[in-house]
Unconditional design. Structure first.
Length: 78
Protein backbone atom coordinates (compact mmCIF):
# COMPACT_ATOMS: atom_id res chain seq x y z
CA UNK A 1 0.00 0.00 0.00
CA UNK A 2 1.16 3.53 -0.69
CA UNK A 3 2.56 5.50 2.18
CA UNK A 4 2.94 9.07 1.00
CA UNK A 5 -0.03 11.37 0.55
CA UNK A 6 0.73 11.82 -3.13
CA UNK A 7 0.87 8.05 -3.73
CA UNK A 8 -2.49 7.58 -1.97
CA UNK A 9 -4.07 10.21 -4.22
CA UNK A 10 -2.52 8.59 -7.31
CA UNK A 11 -3.92 5.19 -6.35
CA UNK A 12 -7.39 6.69 -5.87
CA UNK A 13 -7.15 8.45 -9.23
CA UNK A 14 -5.92 5.30 -10.99
CA UNK A 15 -8.76 3.19 -9.62
CA UNK A 16 -11.34 5.72 -10.82
CA UNK A 17 -9.71 5.88 -14.25
CA UNK A 18 -9.68 2.07 -14.46
CA UNK A 19 -13.44 1.98 -13.81
CA UNK A 20 -14.06 4.59 -16.50
CA UNK A 21 -11.91 2.76 -19.03
CA UNK A 22 -13.72 -0.50 -18.30
CA UNK A 23 -17.07 1.23 -18.92
CA UNK A 24 -15.78 2.63 -22.21
CA UNK A 25 -14.63 -0.85 -23.28
CA UNK A 26 -18.04 -2.35 -22.48
CA UNK A 27 -19.87 0.34 -24.46
CA UNK A 28 -17.47 -0.06 -27.36
CA UNK A 29 -17.94 -3.82 -27.36
CA UNK A 30 -21.73 -3.36 -27.50
CA UNK A 31 -21.48 -0.93 -30.42
CA UNK A 32 -19.25 -3.33 -32.36
CA UNK A 33 -21.63 -6.24 -31.70
CA UNK A 34 -24.61 -4.25 -33.00
CA UNK A 35 -22.69 -3.18 -36.10
CA UNK A 36 -21.65 -6.77 -36.81
CA UNK A 37 -25.21 -8.02 -36.43
CA UNK A 38 -26.71 -5.51 -38.86
CA UNK A 39 -23.96 -3.60 -40.69
CA UNK A 40 -25.42 -0.37 -42.01
CA UNK A 41 -23.36 2.60 -43.08
CA UNK A 42 -24.65 4.72 -40.20
CA UNK A 43 -23.92 2.14 -37.49
CA UNK A 44 -20.47 1.41 -38.88
CA UNK A 45 -19.56 5.10 -39.03
CA UNK A 46 -20.63 5.48 -35.37
CA UNK A 47 -18.41 2.55 -34.41
CA UNK A 48 -15.51 4.00 -36.42
CA UNK A 49 -15.75 7.28 -34.51
CA UNK A 50 -15.96 5.46 -31.17
CA UNK A 51 -12.97 3.26 -32.03
CA UNK A 52 -10.89 6.26 -33.07
CA UNK A 53 -11.73 8.09 -29.88
CA UNK A 54 -10.92 5.03 -27.74
CA UNK A 55 -7.59 4.57 -29.51
CA UNK A 56 -6.78 8.27 -29.06
CA UNK A 57 -7.46 8.00 -25.32
CA UNK A 58 -5.39 4.79 -25.06
CA UNK A 59 -8.38 2.73 -23.95
CA UNK A 60 -7.61 0.26 -26.72
CA UNK A 61 -4.48 -0.10 -28.84
CA UNK A 62 -4.46 1.77 -32.14
CA UNK A 63 -3.78 -1.42 -34.10
CA UNK A 64 -6.76 -3.14 -32.43
CA UNK A 65 -8.96 -0.23 -33.47
CA UNK A 66 -7.65 -0.38 -37.01
CA UNK A 67 -8.15 -4.14 -37.22
CA UNK A 68 -11.74 -3.89 -35.98
CA UNK A 69 -12.49 -1.09 -38.44
CA UNK A 70 -11.10 -3.15 -41.31
CA UNK A 71 -13.25 -6.16 -40.38
CA UNK A 72 -16.38 -4.02 -40.14
CA UNK A 73 -15.64 -2.37 -43.48
CA UNK A 74 -15.30 -5.82 -45.03
CA UNK A 75 -18.76 -6.72 -43.68
CA UNK A 76 -20.19 -3.53 -45.15
CA UNK A 77 -18.92 -4.40 -48.65
CA UNK A 78 -20.76 -7.75 -48.71
Amino acid sequence: MPITKQAIKKLRHDRERTKQNANHRVLLKGLVKKARKSPTEKSVSLVFAALDKAAKRNIIHKNAASRTKARLAKLLKK
